[in-house]
Design a protein around this ligand. Structure first.
Ligand code: BGC
Length: 371
């Protein structure tokens, strides 16, 4: 896999709107505030899990980019276990980090450990997933998560032939039978993905062009705790038995790991590669890109984590120098206590038609990675 950071790539994917953060509370900790130096400071990077490639790549990108700027990095993965993540962050604080970059497991469980960070004037950047219910989140960098959901649903509609490649309605009447999956209910992003997707699908559900045989159209019914592929596989197996035997034509899946579980359930349930439903995804993980090339999974959403890492590192560096990080959204991400100033990146639908241009030509993967 070639995920080395390549300067300049995907610059077009970055939103250009540029506002300055208002109210970024703690810029750079004691040293910068007093005109001292944070050169070589230790930065804590807390990632949720190593069970998914994307988070491994995120962790490595942030670490290597911080190290290139001369920072020391304490990178930890929490195995999707909340107490582990809390104690890792505690250890980082006790170990003298000057800033924290945190991709949370459950966005509501970090309030008290982050209070410790606040008491030591350690700025906190929420990475990809918002940290909820805490005023100790200074900045947030992520993708436009609602748009990710819109893209997932749009690719489902395109795969079904309801929309053409230009996004225009073809007049296809269906009815097309589809089932819907959502992400982990404790991950703030999951609701954004779901809302974007459902808004896009709703007119077709209302008009009967799309039908959900199981009737399970609520987020709570569709959600998969901790984004676990096995849970998605089990749910898909159940759905195949409750739907009344209709052949499914599509499955909205919000993450490649779930898509793999869903496709396993479908193939054991009698579907062959030639007649699998249109299955969506997210993250452009290698296994799913291979599945797309093999004609199994239909689409994924490419989120260039090199760019996300770069953004987080730029924010840390600004804070360490006592400067205000650049943001481009000061409205969308309300964590229940404050609206967190954010920098949002753009994502892209990937199918068999454009994976080479999006993933190989940009150096995200090599051809060999995808063999
Ligand atoms: C991320 C997605 C990822 C999911 C599961 C979300 O918070 O934004 O990119 O697919 O977690 O890891």
């Amino acid at each position: 896999m070639n995920r080395k950071y390549l300067a300049g790539i995907a610059a077009a994917s970055i939103l250009t709107l540029s506002l300055t953060a208002c109210g970024g509370s703690r810029g750079g900790g004691d040293a910068a505030a007093e005109g001292g130096s944070n050169e070589g400071a230790k930065i804590g990077v807390a990632m949720p899990t190593q069970q998914s490639e994307r988070w491994i790549a995120d962790g490595e990108n942030v670490k290597s980019q911080l190290e290139e700027l001369g920072y020391e990095v304490d990178l930890q993965f929490a195995n999707d276990d909340i107490p582990t993540q809390v104690s890792q962050i505690e250890n980082m604080i006790n170990g003298g980090v000057k800033a924290l970059v945190v991709a949370s497991i459950d966005g509501t469980t970090l309030t008290s450990v982050l209070d410790q960070a606040e008491s030591q004037d350690i700025p906190v950047i929420a990475y990809d997933r918002l940290i909820n219910g805490s005023d100790t989140v200074d900045y947030y960098t992520t993708f436009d998560n609602e748009e990710v959901g819109v893209q997932q649903a749009t690719s489902l509609l395109t795969g079904l032939g309801i929309l053409d490649a230009d996004g225009k309605e073809t007049g296809a009447k269906g009815p097309f039978d589809v089932e819907l999956f959502a992400g982990s209910p404790d991950d703030n992003n999951a609701t954004f993905f779901w809302n974007g997707a459902i808004e896009t699908l709703q007119p077709y559900l209302d008009s009967g062009v799309l039908r959900v045989p199981s009737g399970q159209t609520d987020f709570e019914q569709a959600a998969i705790l901790r984004w676990l592929p096995d849970t998605a596989q089990d749910r898909m197996e159940d759905l195949l038995t409750v739907g009344g035997g209709e052949r499914l034509e599509g499955v909205l899946s919000p993450y490649d790991g779930l898509s793999i579980g869903i496709i396993s359930a479908l193939t054991s349930g009698g579907y062959s590669t030639d007649d699998l439903p249109v299955v969506t995804g997210q993250d452009a993980e290698v296994g799913s890109v291979k599945s797309i090339i093999a004609g199994e999974q239909y689409s994924t959403i490419f989120k260039d984590v090199r760019e996300l890492g770069k953004q987080a590192v730029t924010m840390v560096d600004a804070l360490m120098k006592g400067e205000e990080p650049e943001v481009n959204d000061t409205e969308t991400y309300d964590n229940g206590v404050k609206v967190v100033p954010s920098y949002l990146l753009e994502s892209e639908i990937v199918t068999v038609d454009n994976y080479e241009a999006s993933l190989v030509d940009t150096g995200y993967y090599t051809e060999d990675d995808l063999k």
